[in-house]
Design a protein. Structure first.
Length: 215
């Protein structure tokens, strides 16, 4: 796969996942190996990746995910209430498709990380940036590797509203933080992604100060 295309067109995959296509565990393992090549804080590598394949466990996690979603949106699905054809309705439809089908996605991957630095007063921003900055580069590596092999995923965090329940379900030690949840499956045959519409650089980049000129 062309590198420029890969970097510009690796998108969140939800409806584009083929729920019936089998996954090759060896290919997933290789994608995880590539993910683990990413930089992380002080090269501590204090991560643990859980790959949930058991249907019963996926069903339980999906139930918790649905509960968390309904908590966030006021207790009901919303996509059918939105004007059809708008970008907002398409995004909401995709989001709620995943809520309804999470249990059917072949693999759920949860990257966990153990904070390794002692805490000091007033270090909350540093602590959070160091923690998540040590896991999300590996998550992105994993996503890129999946794309090159015909798989897709998306970063989800809703299950963290039920983090303790997921921790107990999967036996995650309390010293580890769950970074996100990645539903992994093959992309539908023939599906390709295109670069997304993004705001231009001159609107979002400034030099030397918040109100400084763009590059």
């Amino acid at each position: 796969m062309d590198i420029q295309y890969l970097l510009n067109a690796t998108r969140s995959a939800r409806k584009s996942l083929d729920l019936d296509a089998p996954v090759d565990i060896e290919e997933i393992r290789e994608c995880l190996r590539i993910g683990l090549q990413a930089a992380n804080g002080s090269n501590q590598q204090s991560w643990r990746w859980l790959v949930v394949a058991d249907p019963a466990l996926r069903e339980k996690i999906a139930e918790l995910y649905r509960e968390a979603y309904l908590l966030r949106v006021g207790g009901q699905m919303l996509s059918h209430l939105m004007p059809a054809g708008t970008p907002e309705s398409r995004l909401m439809s995709s989001t709620e498709w995943l809520v309804e089908n999470m249990a059917k996605v072949p693999l759920l991957v949860i990257p966990c990380y153990a904070p390794y630095l002692p805490r000091i007063d007033g270090d909350e921003s540093f602590h959070q940036a160091t923690l998540y900055g040590s896991i999300f580069p590996a998550v992105w590596n994993f996503q890129l590797a999946l794309h090159t092999r015909g798989y897709g995923t998306c970063v989800t965090t809703l299950h963290l509203h039920r983090e303790d329940e997921v921790r107990q379900l999967l036996g995650i030690p309390p010293t580890y933080v769950q970074g996100c949840l990645l539903p992994v499956g093959r992309l539908r045959a023939g599906h390709t992604f295109s670069p997304a519409v993004r705001r231009p650089v001159e609107e979002v980049v400034a030099c030397d100060s918040w109100d400084g000129p763009s590059l």
